[in-house]
Design a protein around this ligand. Structure first.
Ligand code: NAP
Length: 331
C-alpha cells in the first residue's frame, strides 16, 4: 500500500510502498477513504514534537471501511463505514489520560496510508450525514474541541471567545458552542475568516493583530465568561484581562508559544479558572459523536489534497491560510 512516512525533521514525508498490516486479535483492518491533517503533523515534520521516531507513517485522523478483523467476535464490523479515535490507551480516569496515552501517527503508524489496523475500541461508526472527507476531518479536532467545551461548562448563558478561528479545533468549538446556544465571539488574523465564522453563527470577530482589540470586546459585548484558546503566546495576557470575574479560560494548545507574562493578580482577584485540556477519552469521543449527530454538525473542510501530495498539504497548513481542516483523499 502507499503511505507517507516521516524520516527526519526538515525533510518532506516520503511517499513509499509499505506492507499491508494484518490485524491482530482485538484489531480491525480499515481500508482508508480519507485522512486529515492536524497541527501536530506539521510540528512533527519540523522536529517540534516529543518522542520522534523515524520510519513512522504519519497521520492521526482517518475514515474508511472495515475490511478484515483480528478476532471472530468482531465480525459484525465487516463492511462498516467508520472513523477512528486517534487517542490510544487513555485509561480509566476521565479527568486525565494515563501515562501510556499516545496518538496515532507517532510513535505508532498512522493514517496517511491506504489502510491501517487499529484496536476495535478506537473504531466508531461514521456519522451518516458526513461524506468521507468531512468524516476524516472530525476525530482529533472534534474530540479536542468537544472536551474543551465541556470542561469549560459552556451553557446558553455564556459569552464565549474562541481565538484563532481559522484552526481546525477552533472551527469545531465554534460549531459546538453555537449548537449549545452560547453567544460566540472569535479572533483571527483574517477578516475573511471572521466573515466565515459569522456565517457559521458567531456574533462578531476581532483581528488579534490589531492593538487594543480586547478593550473593544469588553466595550461592545460586555464580560466574556468563557475563553477557548489554542494559541497562548504574548496574546494570552490580554485574554486574562478580558475574562469576566469568575470566568473560565480553557487552553488546548500553544501555537504562538508560551505566554511571555502571566498576571497572577488578575487570576486570583477575578477568581478565574484556568483549565487545561488534551484530546479526550472514549467517553468524550462517544459524547462528541452524539452531539455531532444531534445537531447535524459538519466539520469545515478547507482544502482536499491527494495522499501523494501530502507535502503540499503540509505547506498549506504552514501558511495558516486555511479555515478549518485540510484533508487527504485516499484512493
Ligand atoms: N491539546 C490537544 O489535545 C490538542 C489537540 C489539537 C490541537 N492542539 C494544538 O492546538 C493548536 C491548534 O491546533 P489546530 O489543529 O486547530 O491548528 P490549525 O488548524 O493549524 O490552526 C492554527 C490556527 O491558529 C491560529 N493562530 C496562530 N497564531 C495565533 C495567535 N497569535 N493568536 C491567535 N490565534 C493564532 C490561526 O488562526 P487564524 O487563521 O484565524 O488567524 C491558525 O489558523 C495547535 O497548537 C495544536 O498543536 C492541541
Amino acid at each position: 500500500m502507499r503511505a507517507a512516512v516521516f524520516n527526519e525533521p526538515g525533510l518532506p514525508l516520503e511517499l513509499t510502498d509499505r506492507e499491508v498490516s494484518t490485524p491482530q486479535a482485538g484489531e480491525l483492518f480499515i481500508r482508508l477513504k480519507a485522512a486529515a491533517l492536524n497541527r501536530r503533523d506539521y510540528w512533527i515534520t519540523q522536529g517540534m514534537y516529543p518522542g520522534l521516531k523515524s520510519d513512522v507513517i504519519q497521520g492521526s485522523d482517518g475514515a474508511g471501511i472495515v475490511e478484515a478483523v483480528g478476532s471472530t467476535e468482531d465480525a459484525d464490523w465487516l463492511g462498516k463505514e467508520v472513523i477512528i479515535n486517534p487517542g490510544l490507551n487513555w485509561g480509566e480516569d476521565q479527568e486525565v489520560q494515563s501515562t501510556g496515552f499516545h496518538i496515532l501517527g507517532m510513535p505508532q503508524d498512522g493514517t496517511f496510508a491506504q489502510a491501517i489496523s487499529v484496536p476495535v475500541e478506537n473504531v466508531f461508526l461514521k456519522p451518516s450525514h458526513l461524506d468521507w472527507q468531512e468524516a476524516s476531518a472530525l476525530p482529533l479536532a472534534g474530540v479536542t474541541a468537544f472536551r474543551a467545551v465541556t470542561r469549560g461548562q459552556v451553557t446558553a448563558h455564556d459569552t464565549v471567545l474562541i481565538t484563532g478561528i481559522g484552526g481546525g479545533v477552533a472551527t469545531m468549538a465554534l460549531k459546538f458552542c453555537v449548537a449549545l446556544g452560547a453567544k460566540v465571539l472569535v479572533t483571527s488574523s483574517s477578516p475573511e475568516k471572521i466573515e466565515k465564522a459569522v456565517e457559521l453563527g458567531a456574533t462578531a470577530g476581532f483581528l488579534y493583530s490589531e492593538a487594543g482589540w480586547e478593550k473593544r470586546v469588553s466595550r461592545e459585548y460586555g464580560p466574556v465568561s468563557l475563553i477557548l484558546d489554542g494559541a497562548g503566546g504574548p496574546g494570552y495576557f490580554g485574554l486574562l484581562q478580558l475574562a469576566a470575574p469568575g470566568g473560565r479560560v480553557v487552553n488546548y494548545g500553544a501555537t504562538a508559544g508560551a505566554p511571555d507574562k502571566l498576571d497572577l493578580f488578575k487570576v486570583f482577584w477575578k477568581q478565574l479558572r484556568l483549565i487545561g485540556t488534551t484530546m479526550g477519552s472514549s467517553v468524550d469521543f462517544q459524547n462528541m459523536l452524539a452531539c455531532v449527530e444531534e445537531f447535524q454538525i459538519v466539520p469545515s473542510v478547507d482544502t482536499t489534497f491527494s495522499l501523494e501530495t501530502v507535502n503540499q498539504a503540509l505547506q498549506h497548513m504552514q501558511s495558516a491560510s486555511q479555515f478549518g481542516k485540510i484533508v487527504l483523499a485516499v484512493e
